[in-house]
Design a protein around this ligand. Structure first.
Ligand code: T5A
Length: 218
């Protein structure tokens, strides 16, 4: 089911490590709150109490997680997240801004881990009941530059993967965006924070117009 069938609007943010999605969505949320726009900021994995526990398992360094186990844990988190947070908010007419979603599984477990793409897409379909974002913004940055923004020594299990893995993830995102240009917008996340902030709000206003007062954000 696409978000067009709900009164709310579903937007996802994607990108390689350290691209600045979390920073930007927090800034945007402050502006939306000031304007009184009903919205939900959430993240995949970890958007529910169950998901927080799954997230800990997935990201703790030193735990041995086989690629298929990893894929299934992300999908289990997602099924709960859609049922408990995303669908109810969309039914209430809210703007839902989700930090990572189905495309992270394709980029990380597909391009990164080389798991069969069709299997991942089928599992994405199963865990979301077919729910798809109306807009996905790719915060694009060279892998080295994104990784260099992260706190030294504080890297989680995925961030600690080899540079080649992260490069495959980035390449994957760029391919996904090319395959579905009507849904994706690419943003140069290497630019200074305020420049990225301006481009982010412009993309939202251009694509979604006055819905959720997105054209009123400065
Ligand atoms: N994953 C996830 C999968 O493998 N499969 C899946 O299906 C899903 C859903 C999630 C991990 O799980 C993987 C992907 C991830 O590896 P996470 O902690 O949620 O883990 O990972 P991220 O989404 O990557 O979250 P981060 O918060 O680490 O990265 P962000 O959101 O891209 O970056 P942000 O905003 O935290 O910024 C990073 C640093 O850069 C600075 C910030 O101040 C911060 O210090 N910064 C800038 N610096 C300079 N210029 C700018 N423009 C800047 N913008 C931010």
């Amino acid at each position: 089911m696409s978000t067009q069938e709900y009164p709310g609007t579903f937007v996802t943010l994607e990108g390689p490590e350290g691209a600045g999605k979390t920073t930007q969505v927090k800034l945007l949320s402050k502006q939306l709150t000031k304007l009184g726009v009903p919205h939900v900021v959430t993240r995949d994995p970890g958007g529910t109490p169950l998901g927080k526990q799954v997230r800990r398992i997935l990201l703790t360094p030193g735990i041995n997680v086989a690629p298929m186990t990893e894929l299934l844990l992300y999908q289990a988190d997602r099924a709960q997240h859609v049922a408990e947070v995303i669908k109810p908010a969309l039914e209430e007419g809210k703007l839902v801004l989700c930090d990572r979603f189905i495309d992270s599984s394709i980029a990380y477990q597909g391009y990164g881990r080389n798991i069969d793409m069709k299997l991942i897409k089928d599992l994405n379909e199963l865990s979301t009941g077919g729910l798809r974002p109306v807009l996905t913004i790719l915060f694009d940055i060279q892998s080295e530059d994104g990784l260099s923004r992260l706190h030294p020594g504080g890297h989680d299990r995925i961030e600690r993967e080899a540079l080649d893995f992260h490069k495959r993830v980035r390449k994957g995102y760029l391919e996904l965006a090319q395959l579905e240009p009507e849904r994706w917008r690419i943003l140069d996340a290497a630019k200074p924070l305020t420049t990225v902030q301006g481009e982010f709000t412009k993309i939202l206003a251009d694509k979604l117009g006055s819905k959720h007062m997105l054209n009123a954000i400065e």
